[in-house]
Design a protein around this ligand. Sequence first.
Ligand code: URA
Length: 408
Amino acid sequence: MNIIDIINKKRNNLELSREELEFAFNGYSNKTVEDYQMSSLLMAICIRGMSDREIFDLVDIFIKSGETLDLSGIEGVKVDKHSTGGVGDKTTLVIAPILASLGIKVAKMSGRGLGHTGGTIDKLEAIPNFKVNLTKDEFLKELEDIGMVVSSQTDSLVPLDKVIYALRDVTATVESIPLIAVSIMSKKIASGADKILIDIKVGKGALIKNRNDANVLKDLMIRIGSFYGKEVKCLISNMDMPLGFCVGNALEVAEAIAILDGKVKNNLYNLCIEIAMNMVSMANSISLMEARKKVVGAIESGEAYKKFMEFISYQNGDINNMLISNNKMEIKSLKSGVIKSIDALKVGEVSLHLGSGRVKKDDKIDYGVGVFLNKTVGDRVAVNDTLCTLYYNKVKDDFGIIEAFEIE
Ligand code: URA
């Protein structure tokens, strides 16, 4: 067997055998297959797609590249969630405490930001001293003690995804439905939860640009889940505009707290309620209406907020000393009218350039910078009204963010 024949076969739209997939992907891990060869194979997969059989084999190869987490020793139903990535998406910070306050165990391994999309682990690191790297034992103990845990993915869990994802990120092969499904489902299955909710983002600021592709991805992930005996539910949610009012790490943590404290009811609040009620309904086998009542009740009673604070202190975080930059730049409207849209991709890119994300793998994040949307879609604005506020430190530039606002 050799890698050139395998690339050729996929380029010619032929199905690869399990042995060929193992040869290529395990070879890449073992460094017997080069970056440029794997890049070429990934591009061929991107263009030609994969059969269900190839996808199922690749999920299995990914899972077997590392360890899996066994949560069976922990009592109760364990649930997990995943988002395909967006701008301003801090749903995990809101949903996990809601569920844990309702007695449903949430075991979550999260990732860092990629490109213009943010990652939960970067957001949590905006909280001084917050510990994101937990050992397996620490992870399980926290789940047992307080009913929830969010940590960064350990190196031993699906290590193949780490190296393949990094390569996809720089070879324009991120947006392949089979590769997205393999990446997400291998991690979710290896993480050990019984029930999994996946929020598929569609729109300008998302990896998936249209509903048709989202539906294909949804059906595929459900089929993979059921093969492994996991209940998988997918929601499809819009990512044309940012989620919530805040983009940038500390700003997003502050917004998650405001939602849990019942002080903000925006598109983020609505999506959190929707995801949480679906997870509660799956976990407790109750109707969506009953689940919704419980979820809203957890916020109104203050129990979800309390659970969030318990979680932050359990992982050593010092929430009272989280810093949001004092340097602010207000962006004023040049015309009057109604806001028709706010481009999530543009807002995400501006926040990234202010320093909230990484352009290169080793860049240091500035946790206190980002974008606050003073106005949202549907709002009427007059000339000189503040559309958004940029929080900056080292980089003082508006990066043309006004173009993100479509006003008619
Ligand atoms: N999220 C993942 O974990 N993997 C992908 O490929 C895309 C989104």
